[in-house]
Design a binder for this molecule. Structure first.
Ligand SMILES: Cc1cc2nc3c(=O)[nH]c(=O)nc-3n(C[C@H](O)[C@H](O)[C@H](O)COP(=O)(O)OP(=O)(O)OC[C@H]3O[C@@H](n4cnc5c(N)ncnc54)[C@H](O)[C@@H]3O)c2cc1C
Length: 588
């Protein structure tokens, strides 16, 4: 082994992408993975040949390099899946984003009407205060729709009342499409939002196939992937990481890295530092929090339960937030097609009441909720399995940015350390962005200079990754100009004046030419402009008439055009907000 290898902490998508990039540059890394398998949060677990993910993982990216990498690694083992995921509420399936006909049919006429009235009320007299998520959504979609479709699910995900979730956080997550982008998308077409893709790729036996393939190639390229190797301390001299200590079973070993790339949670990383970082760094690390996740797999003795890959469960009567149906992702996820395996997903905090429930209690709860939801009978459940996942969701609370910055500033002192991935950067990175940061970190180890924190920043998240087509041929200025309101008075005066001048000019020109042919035609105007003659006086009379009619038509045109545009833009904006909302929920 190289005496000073590049040490990568974590064999999730980010760590493996870093390792693979290093191998392609003839640098042999050592990857230390705490778990007994590769893939991190994106791993595939298996139980009696039933395969399942920690939350279904869709493979979709706008990044061509990552796309190619995935294809290179899996090729024919990638399936193309048509997405179906609906809201399951009061025993009915609702399309999402909500479709009027489907919602009307499921909710009934009275409830739909009440929702519509509540929506109109919110639009006409919105609450002046917009401090909470509750107020923010209610103002845009009406309180009744908010209570029906958004409140319960959001509270399940975050474990907080919506009235305590800050509005600016919602706005940051939802604003998604700027009006300008939405308009240009509507006009010139564009691709769908990342979450709205109706088709995605998925490995035959789940994402674990991908990570195993990465591991095999890294090992074939003389890299090392050490499983069950938990990093327990990180030694430094305040400028460099000098040693990474890890334990495998009872054995503790040490590596002296040339570079260290870490994908473990950034808050945990600094706590492993020896000597310890200053108190303010540790305190900032304690401020960063994460939401955890439990998946209770129920194996059911039925060939089919529902056609969706997953369902959002908005009912407040049950704790389950989402239900995966793994054979609808890929039929290879179950060994026997007469059986179905579902994943009942519970959002929780590490060490809270749900997290600490015994496995058998969790299974009983999941079975009971399946019955409450009307999806099946307890007797149909023939087996079960439970997985707990800590650090599933980095929490974006009011303090996280400040705390993260404090830690980043401190870590910048270490010239041979880079943090990558989702928890490693405390950022809502999906697999593609996590892998991108890993690849770039590896490139940096061989002398390149990439800013990892620029990956998945607001701008690219909103415009590139949400698939909003860039429209270089239509610059912003042109769009703004095209959609500006027409000043009715100015426009009408201008048009009226031009019309008047045209007729006056024509009359004067005919008089000056003394011509008869046109004269006779022009004289016909007298039928419309009473008092008109082909004389100077008549010219001014025609000017008055033409001005009046020109003014009237132009004013009406401007009025209708402004009205149409206002309605059109309002519609696009509403649609954009609704679409971003689905994006918002899809990210959990
Ligand atoms: C429910 C859910 C659904 C998701 N769905 C999608 C999806 O559909 N599409 C998508 O693209 N993304 C999805 N994601 C996001 C995706 O899972 C992450 O982007 C990705 O797994 C992050 O990769 P990573 O390598 O940065 O981190 P991780 O996957 O967290 O990997 C970090 C690794 O570090 C290891 N580690 C931690 N501490 C130590 C230590 N002390 N010593 C050694 N090793 C350590 C961990 O065991 C882990 O293997 C989803 C996430 C969740 C939670």
């Amino acid at each position: 082994m190289n005496e000073n290898p590049v040490v990568i902490i974590g064999a999730g998508p980010a760590g493996l992408a870093a390792g693979y990039e290093l191998i392609s540059r003839n640098i042999c890394p050592v990857i230390l993975e705490r778990d007994g398998r590769v893939g991190g949060i994106a791993r595939t677990e298996s139980y009696k040949d039933f395969y399942f993910d920690i939350g279904g993982h869709r493979f979709f990216t706008k990044n061509e390099e990552i796309n190619q990498l995935w294809d290179e690694l899996l090729g024919d083992d990638f399936l193309s899946v048509n997405r179906l995921s609906r809201i399951f509420y009061k025993g009915k399936y609702f399309n999402y984003p909500l479709r009027p006909a489907n919602a009307l049919f499921n909710l009934g006429l009275v409830e739909s009407l009440l929702i519509f009235i509540s929506y109109c009320r919110a639009r006409l007299s919105p609450s002046p205060e917009e401090n909470s998520f509750e107020e923010w959504i209610s103002n845009r979609f009406g309180e009744r729709l908010y209570r029906t479709f958004f409140k319960t699910y959001t509270e399940k995900v975050w474990g907080l009342p919506c009235s305590e979730i800050r509005a600016d956080w919602a706005a940051q997550r939802i604003k998604g499409l700027s009006l300008l982008v939405a308009v240009s998308n509507a006009l010139f077409g564009g691709q769908q939002s990342k979450s709205l893709i109706e088709q995605f790729s998925y490995p035959k036996f789940g994402p674990g196939m991908m990570w195993k393939s990465f591991m095999d190639r890294i090992v074939a390229g003389n890299g090392e992937v050490l499983l069950n190797a938990e990093v327990s301390s990180i030694q430094h001299d305040t400028k460099m990481i000098t040693a990474v200590e890890y334990s495998s079973g009872n054995v503790t070993s040490k590596l002296n890295p040339s570079h260290c790339i870490s994908s473990m949670p950034i808050s945990k990383l600094v706590k492993l530092f020896k000597p310890q970082p200053p108190a303010e760094i540790l305190s900032a690390a304690n401020q960063l929090s994460y939401r955890a996740f439990i998946i209770v797999v129920l194996i059911i003795d039925t060939p089919a339960l529902f056609p969706d890959q997953w369902l959002y469960v908005h009912s407040p009567a049950v704790k389950v937030g989402r239900i995966q149906n793994f054979k609808n992702w890929s039929r290879f996820m179950v060994p026997d097609q007469s059986k179905t395996s579902i994943g009942m997903e519970y959002f929780c905090n590490e060490n809270d009441q749900t997290w600490n429930m015994q496995d058998n209690e969790l299974v009983e709860m999941a079975k009971g909720e399946m019955v409450v939801l009307g999806l099946g009978e307890k007797t149909q459940v023939i087996d079960s399995y439970v997985v707990r996942q800590s650090h599933a969701y980095p929490v974006y609370d009011s303090e996280y940015k400040k705390s993260l910055q404090v830690i980043r500033n401190y870590l910048e002192n270490f010239s041979n350390l880079q943090t990558i991935g989702r928890s490693g950067m405390h950022r809502y990175n999906n697999m593609d962005h996590s892998m991108q940061t890993g690849s770039l970190a590896a490139k940096n180890c061989s002398g390149e200079s990439h800013d990892l924190w620029a990956v998945n920043e607001e701008k690219s998240y909103l415009e590139e990754d949400r698939g909003i087509r860039e429209i270089p041929a239509v610059p912003e200025k042109v769009l703004i100009g095209a959609f500006a309101r027409i000043d009715k008075l100015a426009f009408a005066t201008a048009v009226g004046t031009i019309c008047g001048l045209l007729v006056l000019g024509a009359t004067l020109w005919i008089i000056s030419r003394g011509g008869d042919v046109l004269n006779s035609h022009l004289r016909l105007l007298a039928q419309y402009f009473i008092g008109y003659t082909v004389t100077v006086k008549g010219g001014f009379i025609a000017f008055g008439y033409s001005f009046f009619w020109g003014f009237l038509f132009a004013w009406l045109f401007a009025y209708l055009r402004n009205l149409f545009l206002a309605v059109y833009i309002y519609n696009i904006k509403r649609r954009a907000e609704l679409l971003s909302l689905r994006d918002f929920f899809d990210n959990f």
